[in-house]
Design a protein around this ligand. Sequence first.
Ligand SMILES: [Zn+2]
Ligand SMILES: [Zn+2]
Length: 207
Amino acid sequence: MAHLRGLTTRLCGNCGKMATHKTLYVKTESAGRSKWLRIFWVCLSCNAPNHVVVPRYMLETKPLSPPPAELVEDVTLALECGPLDFDELMQNLRIGRKGICHTFNSDVRMALQYLTANRIVTEHKDDLTDRTITEVSAKSRKANHLKLCPDERSRGVETRGVVSLYAQRHTGMNTRPGTRIVKRWFAHVGLYCIQCGYLSIKLSDFY
Ligand SMILES: [Zn+2]
Ligand SMILES: [Zn+2]
C-alpha cells in the first residue's frame, strides 16, 4: 500500500480499480468526550463504500524471558488483556508508558514484527466497519441519537437508523514567511442508515 501524505491507493471491491480513497467517520459520545470511529473508506473513483479491514494482534504464548527490549515487554503486557488493533495498541502504550517521552509508531511496528516472527503474537484481519456499526447502534439507540431514514420513509416505514458521516479535512495557511499552520477538522459529508444500508454522500469537495 502506497502512503503519500495520508493519500492511500487501495483496491476497491466495487469497481476493481486501484483508487484513491477517503475514510469516513461516525461520532460517538462517551463520558462527555467525542470519539471518532472509522466506518468506511469510500472509493473516489466509483463512490462505493468499502469495509475498513485492519490487522489485529493477539498474544499466543508466554513472552520470552528476559524480554529483548522494554518496548517488546510493554507490547506483550498490553496484549495480555485481549487482542488489539494498531491504534488501540498505541493508545494503550501511550497511557501505560507515561514516564517515557514518546512512543514511536515505527518502534512499535518493529516490536510487533519481532513478536510475530517469533510466533509470540499472531496477526488477524479485523473488520472495523462491522465493529463500528455494532458500537454505534448500541450507543445511539440508548441515547436516541438516530435520525429517521429518508429511504424507508419514502416507502412508508418510519425507522430510526440514520447516523451522520464525517470526513477529515485540512487547510494549510502561511501565516508568516516560513510558518505554515495546518488546521484539521471533521466535515459533515453525508448520512448512513445502519438498518437498511441507505447511503448518501457528497464528497465532490475532496476530488
Ligand atoms: Zn471503486
Ligand atoms: Zn434505512
